[in-house]
Design a protein around this ligand. Structure first.
Ligand SMILES: [Fe+2]
Length: 283
């Protein structure tokens, strides 16, 4: 059985990741509907595969120098999003962590020469890019252990890619079946106006990158990523995408990709894509 239950590219923008959007389907603009529905489908996809743990890399869990892996035993708090308190306010969350897996991942990163550290602090604040996709779509029951890992500003894309490899190797050695989630947009040339789509040329580039992933062309995606991320002003420089490609490549087998949807938010381009090992059985 594979160490990966699935790999997920998820959206987190507040237009989609509010309780109202997730549970009542209340969206401010009809263009938001398909991606919201795609995120619902993505949640079904993940839960059907019953992962032991979710490792999530959110573009809003930002560190500067050191890659941080949150191994807090219980992630519990009340989230009001710093950027969007009008949309995400007072969201209570309470889900388990996995200190052993987080510790093993940090140990591996250190042994490979990276600056990194373990977080073990009930006061460590989680961001909306981590919390909201989980509680709204991926695991509303909040029963699956979660290990958040930071987007690290000093890491170039190659380092992020290597961290993706480490995640798979660490899962493999742990005996756990994990789900990896990259929480972030592709093109990210933000403008005022929530319903605004990316520029046509950026939409075309987003579609090309997604199609490389869907076709299993992970090496081609990795090689194009620096140019792509620069051209579309990708969220966090595409670091979350690099980590995800590292996960997909390190797995060493084919995935069946489901492109659930693509949608806009304030000029950004957001996909919901799920990858399941081709030979996986839904248990
Ligand atoms: Fe974001």
């Amino acid at each position: 059985m594979s160490e990966l239950a699935g790999v997920y590219l998820a959206a987190h923008t507040p237009r989609y990741c509010t309780r109202a959007a997730a549970f009542e389907g209340m969206l401010a603009h009809p263009d938001f509907g398909p991606l919201r529905d795609g995120l619902v489908e993505q949640g079904h996809h993940l839960r059907a595969r019953k992962p032991d743990v979710i490792v999530i890399n959110s573009c809003h869990l930002v560190s500067t120098f050191s890659t941080l892996v949150d191994g807090t035993a219980r992630h519990r708090g009340t989230l009001t999003a710093q950027e969007a308190p009008d949309l995400i306010a007072g969201v209570e969350f309470d889900f388990p962590g996995d200190r052993d897996l987080a510790s093993a991942l940090v140990a591996r990163g250190k042994s490979e020469g990276h600056l990194c550290g373990l977080v073990d602090d009930v006061h460590y604040p989680l961001d909306y890019g981590t919390v909201m996709p989980l509680v709204c779509y991926l695991d509303p029951a909040q029963s699956i252990p979660v290990v958040p890992i930071s987007v690290t500003l000093m890491n170039d894309l190659e380092e992020c890619f290597r961290w993706g490899r480490y995640i798979v190797r660490t899962l493999r050695e742990s005996g756990r079946r994990g789900a990896f989630v990259a929480s972030g947009a592709l093109s990210h040339r933000l403008v005022r106006g929530p319903e605004k789509w990316p520029l046509p040329e950026d939409r075309e580039r987003d579609a090309r990158f997604a199609s490389l992933l869907a076709l299993g062309e992970y090496e081609a995606a990795r090689e194009w990523l620096p140019e792509f991320a620069d051209a579309v002003s990708a969220e966090m420089g595409g670091r979350h995408l690099a980590m995800m490609v590292g996960v997909l490549e390190e797995a060493g087998f084919a995935f069946d990709a489901t492109v659930h949807a693509y949608g806009p938010s304030s000029g950004s381009g957001n996909y919901a894509i799920s990858f399941a090992p081709s030979d996986s059985m839904i248990l």
